[in-house]
Design a protein around this ligand. Sequence first.
Ligand code: FAD
Length: 330
Amino acid sequence: MMYHRLRVTRVIEETPDAHSLVLSVPPDLAPTFAYRPGQYLTLRVPHSHGIAARCYSLSSSPYTETDLKITVKRVPDGPASNWICDHIRVGAALELMPPAGTFTPASLDDDLLLLAGGSGITPVMSIIKAVLAGGRGRLALVYANRDQGSVIFAAELAALSEQHRDRLSVIHWLDSERGTPEPATLATLITPWAGREAYVCGPAPFVAVAHDTLQRAGVPANRIRVERFEVEERRSADDRDATLEVELDGQTHRLPWPAGARLLDVLIAAGLNAPFSCRQGHCGACACRLLDGQVDLVHNEILEEEDFAEGYTLACQAVARSEQVSVTYY
Ligand SMILES: Cc1cc2nc3c(=O)[nH]c(=O)nc-3n(C[C@H](O)[C@H](O)[C@H](O)COP(=O)(O)OP(=O)(O)OC[C@H]3O[C@@H](n4cnc5c(N)ncnc54)[C@H](O)[C@@H]3O)c2cc1C
């Protein structure tokens, strides 16, 4: 069983539109839910087409807390984030997949430059707590928000930087005071730490600005690690409802595949144990082979012409382009 039920033991209203949920892990599930700082959990939530899956980064750290914590910020009109903030209370049981993801430092002794926008602070907070408690690395955080009221973890960050003055520098960027961040201004701010490996997390517009900033400051591309919170949307006139046949774990399943939905989301919503990791078309963990029909990939940074020639595709990025699609994980 890929999903496990964990109980919410605490709900923390971090800001008017962000809630943290603390989840306790029963002892028999502790090995399954062991995680590295910066990883995320996938949560099943009700959706207009039945069930959907959404990822939430852990804001807790394995070095400082025994319970798990995720922090969810409302996205305007977003079904999952608003459902969680409106309905999840202490005692609720959530269906979650074990931790996944690669936005995690190789060593807690490395010095890092961290750039977070809004809810993008969640995995960054996990990394900060882990490095300060479990390593020797020094950290500089640039944290952008609309205004003071939307700064998640403001008090916790102030306490940590007070306690670790020589190891943690926090610079807040508030749009209400300085306008939206511009690469030229941000580049000047981060210059003292441009020699460090950089970790960037947040919604797409922030990630784009942060990336540009780091390039201007001379941080090489291979020293920039990014976690994007927005799965790239691409609605197309070619989107169509399809029927999916999938061979996985020794069984063949037939499933409805709604127009515009990603293959991986269809499999997860049906409770199937399909492999994946980054969900952003970078890592290839979700690769499967197309036996029949057509799909389009919204984003692809890993498969090459010869992979397509052998029928490979990425479940996390595939949308249906024919009425029948058949794939296999063998
Ligand atoms: C690896 C990963 C980790 C994530 N971790 C967190 C986390 O720790 N906390 C958290 O609140 N969210 C996190 N997210 C985003 C989360 O999975 C959902 O996408 C988000 O809650 C919106 O879901 P929804 O159903 O409410 O809205 P959707 O219908 O999925 O989205 C509505 C619209 O908002 C855009 N959108 C999605 N996420 C954001 C965002 N964060 N900011 C601005 N616009 C957005 C979408 O592109 C879409 O256009 C993470 C996403 C990924 C891929």
